[in-house]
Design a binder for this molecule. Structure first.
Ligand code: NAI
Ligand SMILES: CC/C=C\C[C@H](O)[C@H](O)/C=C/C=C/C=C\C=C\C(=O)C/C=C\CCC(=O)O
Length: 251
């Protein structure tokens, strides 16, 4: 399932993207790691390269820049000859610069999804594959201290579900899944920047109430989404209590 498969992971210099890339590499996949943060990307690349040799490549990329993202896909296909998995993981929380928050989280995911379909659809020369989009529990519930972030993650779910129901996509072997974790122990939930939240105290209260998961908590759900080839269109919440498929609300 993993051995010999080829993946692109955005925002993979640190946090969940780095963990996901490590999981794929450990299981024998080939991975193009990419991130806007060049210095952190270089560190992660060196770490992975020493363990996984030619199975890892890296390409600096800001997901808000279509040309940079296209280069990630081009380089991956040129190097490994195929593409099987796209993890649209790059994300930020920034309520002050809400436009950037939407551009990275939602538009970046749209860009990555479109490229993923372009490279993996059977009618376009691909072999099919999976597009795994990172949403959040904030994509399912309202979150009063991050409204723009919540909007971006609601958008990711609507976008992903919509493509997963398109016959041209389904019939050409591409499936799409959304992961929606609650709080995960990464830099994202650090209270280190006033521009992140509208009410750091509100964020702190919710985190204290619900707790923080380790990145290890997310790994089995990530692996299962890849392994379960029947899984298309799922939106999966992940909290300390476990993982659950969110039923599709019908009008
Ligand atoms: N940590 C958490 O509590 C949760 C995180 N998520 C989502 O998981 C994903 C990963 O987040 P974390 O690992 O927690 O955060 P993180 O802050 O540790 O890592 C995010 C990575 O994305 C990169 N990035 C930021 N802007 C970028 C851009 N324009 N282009 C390319 N890369 C960019 C950063 O440099 C960083 O390496 C995000 O989409 C986030 O919204 C979802 C639910 C909970
Ligand atoms: C400080 C927040 C910073 C960034 C946003 C995070 O990255 C994350 O994406 C946001 C998550 C928001 C979560 C909001 C609520 C969390 C609730 C729970 O974890 C509990 C949920 C359900 C419990 C139901 C049950 O009892 O089983």
């Amino acid at each position: 399932m993993f051995s010999g498969r080829v993946a692109v992971v955005t925002g993979s210099a640190q946090g969940l993207g780095k963990v996901f890339s490590g999981v794929l590499l450990e299981r024998g996949s080939k991975v193009c790691i990419s991130d806007v943060n060049q210095s952190e990307l270089e560190k992660t690349y060196k770490e992975f390269k020493s363990k996984y040799a030619e199975n890892v490549i890296s390409q600096q990329c800001d997901v808000t820049d279509s040309e940079q993202l296209k280069e990630v896909f081009r380089k991956t296909k040129d190097t490994y000859g195929q593409l099987d998995l796209v993890v649209n993981n790059a994300g930020i929380v920034n309520e002050k610069n809400w436009q950037q928050c939407i551009d990275v989280n939602l538009n970046g995911t749209i860009r990555g999804t479109m490229l993923g379909m372009e490279y993996m659809r059977k009618d376009k020369g691909g072999k099919g594959g999976l597009i795994l989009n990172m949403s959040s529990l904030a994509g399912i519930f309202p979150v009063n201290y991050t409204p723009a972030y919540a909007a971006s993650k609601h958008g990711v779910i609507g976008y992903t579900r919509s493509w997963s129901m398109h016959p041209d996509v389904v019939n050409n072997g591409v499936r799409l899944v959304c992961l929606c974790p609650a709080f995960v122990d990464t830099d994202m939930i650090k209270m280190d920047d006033d521009s992140k939240f509208v009410g750091t105290d509100l964020a702190q209260q919710v985190i204290e109430k619900f707790g923080i998961m380790s990145t290890d908590h997310i790994i089995p759900v990530f692996v299962n989404a890849i392994e379960d080839e029947e899984n298309n269109g799922s939106v999966i919440s992940i909290t300390l209590k476990g993982a659950n498929k969110i039923p599709l609300p019908m009008p």
